[in-house]
Design a protein around this ligand. Structure first.
Ligand code: CP
Ligand code: NVA
Length: 305
């Protein structure tokens, strides 16, 4: 049976933990050439640097073939209906990696495709990013249990996947967002239920300082996600006091490090000094997209014995 990953919770906590361990092995050079003759289509409605390049290189390093399909070429839902695209691609490739505006488009793709569909970012989630980020934390801290993560900024797709994965893996998660830009209550409740099972907590606040207090990791993302460009000026005002900078980081734990999925907006959600400074893990995060996606592809495309 095909295995879609549209939300991070399409994985069990055990699956997620194993993917992270597998990615660590792969990063050290283990397990090469796992996907000979497998092909993967990257179907993107939005721009990308990290996701596109890391998936292309991941498939190539695993011995498979990857092709990128731009929005202009495919016209998903415009040149032809989404189910038709899914059914046609299923006749050519073994996996569809899709970046879409609406999560509903992913659901339709997955329903209509006979091959696995992986979410490469939707308005709701960014599961591959969250897995790469927890791989980065696992590498730096040696463990995930007991780690305290603070997210400061928009309650967006990245925040949602991080909160859910934190709950799954027993990481304490505190999120500070301005009123009106917080994670939706249903996602918070889901993350809290997962956390209760794993023995951690998920806390929501409007105060960046209380989220960051004693944190091991401080994370932020853009204030204006792709598709929200018309709101950029209004958002810059609302989020002005949510910048992650040295003053805010001073409230965190002694060994804190800074994370951002990138692209970063220097001088908005983060200062250039912090982004480029010694506590920044952002380029490790970017690299780890490659390693975790190799583990994901291997899991999805190699049938279990
Ligand atoms: N972090 C991330 O997904 O980056 P891209 O938008 O460049 O793929
Ligand atoms: N929240 C951002 C993440 C980019 C990788 C966006 O959706 O644009």
């Amino acid at each position: 049976m095909k295995r879609d990953i549209l939300s991070i919770i399409d994985l069990s906590p055990d699956d997620a933990g194993q993917l992270i361990e597998q990615a660590l092995v792969m990063k050290q050079g283990g397990m090469r050439c796992l996907l000979p003759r497998r092909s993967v289509a990257l179907l993107f409605e939005k721009p990308s640097l990290r996701t596109r390049v890391s998936f292309e290189i991941a498939v190539t390093q695993l011995g498979g073939y990857c092709l990128y399909l731009s929005p202009q070429e495919v016209g998903l839902g415009q040149r032809e209906p989404v189910p038709d695209v899914a059914r046609v691609l299923s006749r050519y490739v073994d996996c569809i990696v899709a970046r879409v505006y609406s999560h509903e488009t992913l659901a339709v793709l997955a329903e209509s495709a006979s091959v696995a569909v992986i979410n490469a970012l939707s308005d709701l989630e960014h599961p591959c990013q969250a897995l790469a980020d927890f791989l980065t934390i696992r590498e730096r801290k040696g463990t995930l249990k007991g780690v305290r993560m603070a997210y400061v900024g928009d309650g967006n797709n990245v925040a949602r996947s991080l909160s859910l994965l934190a709950g799954m893996l027993g990481v304490d998660f505190a999120i500070a967002s301005p009123r009106g830009y917080q994670l939706d209550e249903a996602s918070v409740a889901k993350a809290q239920r997962l956390a209760a099972t794993a023995g951690s907590t998920v806390m929501v606040t409007e105060d960046p300082v209380s989220a960051v207090a004693g944190a091991d990791v401080v994370y932020t993302d853009t204030w204006t996600s792709m598709g929200q460009e018309s709101e950029a000026a209004a958002r810059r005002e609302v989020f002005a006091t949510f910048q992650v900078n040295d003053a805010l980081m001073a409230h965190a734990g002694a060994d804190v490090f800074f994370m951002h999925c990138m692209p970063a907006h220097h001088g908005e959600e983060v200062t250039t000094e912090l982004l480029n400074g010694p506590t920044s893990a952002v380029f490790d995060q970017a690299e780890n997209r490659l390693h975790i996606q190799k583990a994901i592809l291997a899991k999805i495309l190699i049938p279990a014995d």
